[in-house]
Write a protein that binds this ligand. Structure first.
Ligand SMILES: [Zn+2]
Length: 393
C-alpha cells in the first residue's frame, strides 16, 4: 500500500515520512513511496535548500558505506506549546517531528491574576526561543491546552469552570498574535488523550483516556488517531454526568449529583476534611491526601476506593458507548493508590458488555504529567505538516 495520501504533494509526503521517523534516507524514501530515486532527489534537494530537511553524514552506513541521515530542519518550523495548569503551567517549543526541544514549568497559579500568567507565559516562551537562537518567524503554530471546557467557536474557556476569572479572555488569539502564527486552543483532556495515543500502536486504538484529577475528564482518540471533539468541542466532558442517584452532592457547576461532585479528587478531599478553598494552595491538599494514603489511613483508602467504584461504573458505560481497544487512566487519583486502577478495572469487566471487554486493555498513563504536552506537540506537528507553511512545493 502506498504511504502517500492522494491530496499530498510528493515533497509533503516525504517530509511527513521523515518527521514520523519512518524514513531516514533517500533510498528508503524511494522504497516507501514508490517514487523514482531521481524524483526523490529533486524534492529532497529543494527541501535541503529551504532547510525544511537536513541531511547529516552518519559515521557508518548499514552496509559499510557512509549513509546520510535525513531529519526535519529549521525551515519546517516550530511550535510554541502552552499547557495551562492550576499549579504548574508549562511552556515548551516543539518541532515538526513532535519532538520537544525544550520545556519549562512556570511557578504561578492560574488564579487570581490571568494577566500576570499570560505575561509570564510570553516571557518564558521568548526566553526558550532565544536559548535556541529561534525567532518569532520560526514559530508556525501555537497550541494552548487549558484545564477547562473550550468553546471552539469563540476560542475561550467555558463559563463556571476551574478557570474562573479567565472567561472572555481570548487566549488563542493573544498567543497567535504575539507569535504571528495560527493558534489552536484545546481542552487538556483531549491533548492528554492524544499524548497517550503516541505511546500506542495503531492496532491499540481507539483510545479512551480518562483524567482522574480535581475534576474528571475524558478524551477520545479515534481508530485513525484523531481527537474526537464532537460538534462543538465538548465531547468527553463527562464530569457532570449523573450515573448514580447520589442527589445530595452539589457540584461546582450548580447542579446536583454530577459524578465530579462525589468521585473526583476534589470530592475525596472534601469527604476527608482536607481544606481546599479558593485561597488555599491546591498543592497542599494533594500532599495531605498522599500522606494519608502512604500511612494507610483507613478513611482515605475507603474514600478513594468508593470513588473508584463510581468511576468504574462511569467507565463501563463509556466502554459500551465507544468500544475502545485501550483505556489509559491518568491523573493524581491513579498515582495515589494502585487500588483505584484495580477497582475501576474490576467494575468495568463486570459491568460492560463482554464483546467490548474481551480485548480491552486498561492501563495507567506512561506519561504522567507530561501527557498534555506530548499531545500538544503531536497536534502542533500535525498542523505544521498539514499547513502550507511546511509545504515546500
Ligand atoms: Zn456538575
Amino acid at each position: 500500500m502506498s504511504e502517500i495520501a492522494p491530496d499530498r504533494s510528493p515533497a509533503n509526503a516525504i517530509l511527513r515520512l521523515v518527521a514520523a521517523g519512518k524514513v531516514t534516507s533517500r533510498a528508503q524514501a524511494a522504497r516507501v513511496t514508490g517514487m523514482a530515486r531521481s524524483t526523490i532527489g529533486l524534492h529532497v534537494d529543494q527541501m535541503l535548500r529551504d532547510e525544511v530537511l537536513t541531511e547529516m553524514e552518519e559515521a557508518q552506513g548499514a552496509r559499510g558505506r557512509p549513509a546520510k541521515e535525513l531529519t526535519v530542519g529549521r525551515g519546517a518550523g516550530y511550535v510554541v506549546d502552552v499547557i495551562f495548569d492550576r499549579t504548574n503551567t508549562c511552556v515548551a517549543i516543539s518541532d515538526a517531528s513532535a519532538a520537544i526541544v525544550q520545556s519549562r514549568i512556570i511557578d504561578i497559579l492560574l488564579n487570581p491574576d490571568p494577566k500576570a500568567v499570560m505575561e509570564k507565559v510570553l516571557g518564558t516562551a521568548d526566553d526558550l526561543l532565544s536559548d535556541h537562537g529561534l525567532l518569532h518567524s520560526d514559530i508556525r503554530q501555537v497550541i494552548a491546552s487549558v484545564p477547562a471546557p473550550v468553546d471552539f467557536h469563540e476560542g475561550v474557556t467555558a463559563h463556571r469552570s476551574i478557570m474562573a476569572g479567565w472567561e472572555g479572555i481570548q487566549i488563542a488569539r493573544i498567543l497567535g498574535e504575539y507569535f504571528g502564527a495560527p493558534a489552536l486552543m484545546d481542552n487538556d483532556a483531549n491533548l492528554m488523550a492524544l499524548g497517550a495515543a503516541t505511546t500506542l500502536h495503531s492496532d491499540e486504538l481507539p483510545l479512551l483516556h480518562l483524567q482522574l484529577s480535581t475534576g474528571i475528564g475524558a478524551g477520545l482518540i479515534t481508530a485513525d488517531a484523531k481527537i474526537h471533539r464532537g460538534a462543538d468541542g465538548s465531547a468527553g466532558d463527562i464530569g457532570h454526568l449523573r450515573i448514580d442517584n447520589l442527589a445530595d452532592a452539589r457540584c461546582q457547576c450548580g447542579k446536583v449529583g454530577c459524578i465530579g461532585a462525589y468521585a473526583s479528587l476534589h470530592a475525596v478531599m472534601s469527604q476527608l476534611g482536607i481544606e481546599q478553598g479558593a485561597d488555599v494552595d491546591p498543592r497542599a491538599g494533594q500532599k495531605a491526601l498522599s500522606q494519608m494514603v502512604r500511612k494507610a489511613d483507613p478513611a482515605a483508602l475507603a474514600a478513594l476506593r468508593d470513588a473508584a467504584g463510581h468511576l468504574g461504573q462511569l467507565t463501563a458505560i463509556l466502554v459500551d458507548m465507544f468500544n475502545p481497544r485501550t483505556i489509559v487512566l491518568g491523573g493524581p487519583m491513579v498515582e495515589l493508590s494502585d487500588d483505584v486502577l484495580s477497582t475501576i478495572r474490576g467494575v468495568v469487566y463486570q459491568e460492560a458488555m463482554s464483546i467490548a471487554t474481551r480485548r480491552l486493555v486498561i492501563s495507567p498513563s506512561r506519561l504522567g504529567n507530561k501527557a498534555a504536552l506530548v499531545g500538544a506537540a503531536r497536534l502542533g506537528a500535525d498542523e505544521l505538516l498539514d499547513g502550507s507553511s511546511a509545504r515546500s512545493s
